[in-house]
Design a protein around this ligand. Structure first.
Ligand code: DGT
Ligand code: MG
Ligand code: MG
Ligand code: MG
Ligand code: MG
Length: 245
């Protein structure tokens, strides 16, 4: 049935190849994680179990898929940067996005119990995805800085907000009013003077998010070899280099 009369339907598929020589960024984000976090009793404002599970899923994505150079994650989102020269799936945007998001979502469910122990997964979570192309290294750097600035702004706000609610007993509305119009310096000051917290000493992962990169490591393994003129096997140490996340 190579050339059936139905073949023409293929022509309805549109070309979605990403522009050559550009960094391809896929960003995913948890769908309605405001509710998901509430239902699964995430710790406020940061839940280590949730953040580490996100990073485990991102590692799985990087290991299973091709050509991802770097990933950056915070809150319920992760960005994956594919190499400029990638030829994976002929650079088709739909392939990149759907493979990233589906691999991530199935990993989230698969590894849930490793991080949440006896907190049951109550319903299947979903993630949205988008794709953005960046032609220059500077654009890519600025993109990552933008996501990191978002992490910083939200985390500073959330840290003060939940201190005011949990420690000072303000209602969420009162805390919101208190923070209305405050600048970063004001928030740092509230944390320091009222809660004795130096924001700069808060965990890096909360303040900056998580970056995943590949690293070359040298691995020493022992190999048994048999030399042609000898009868007995000899153990030798060989060093091989491999990449790990
Ligand atoms: P969306 O993305 O438009 O479908 O809606 P949301 O609700 O996912 O909104 P988004 O992505 O802007 O904000 C992320 C939500 O996830 C936010 O309500 C806080 C929640 N979240 C993420 N990480 C944590 C965490 O570690 N602890 C808690 N308590 N909540 C978290
Ligand atoms: Mg949103
Ligand atoms: Mg979300
Ligand atoms: Mg989000
Ligand atoms: Mg198939």
């Amino acid at each position: 049935m190579a050339k059936s009369k139905f073949e023409y339907v293929r022509d309805f598929e549109t070309d979605d190849a990403c522009l050559p020589n550009c960094w391809i960024v896929v960003r995913l984000d948890g769908r309605n994680f405001h509710r998901f976090a509430e239902q699964h009793e995430f710790k406020k404002p940061n839940d280590d179990r949730a953040l580490h599970l996100m990073t485990k899923c991102a590692q799985t994505v990087m290991q299973e898929l091709e050509d991802i150079a770097i990933a950056y994650g915070q809150s319920d989102e992760y960005s994956f940067v594919f190499r400029k020269k990638s030829r994976w799936f002929k650079r088709r945007a739909s392939k990149f996005m759907t493979h990233v998001v589906s691999q991530f979502a199935s990993s989230y469910v698969f590894y849930w119990k490793d991080y949440f122990k006896d907190q049951e997964l109550l319903y299947p979570p979903g993630f949205d995805g988008r794709i953005v192309l960046y032609p220059s290294n500077q654009n890519l750097k600025d993109y990552l800085s933008w996501r990191q600035a978002d992490c910083h702004i939200n985390n500073l706000y959330n840290t003060v907000f939940w201190m005011l609610v949990q420690r000072s007993g303000l209602t969420p509305v009162q805390a919101q009013d208190r923070l209305q119009g405050t600048l970063a310096g004001d928030k740092n000051e509230i944390l320091f003077s009222e809660f004795n917290i130096n924001y700069n000493n808060e965990p890096l992962m909360y303040r900056k998010g998580t970056v995943l990169i590949w690293q070359k490591v040298n691995e020493v393994i022992t190999k048994k070899i048999k030399l042609p003129k000898e009868t007995e096997e000899k153990e030798v140490e060989v060093t091989r280099s491999r990449t790990q996340l």
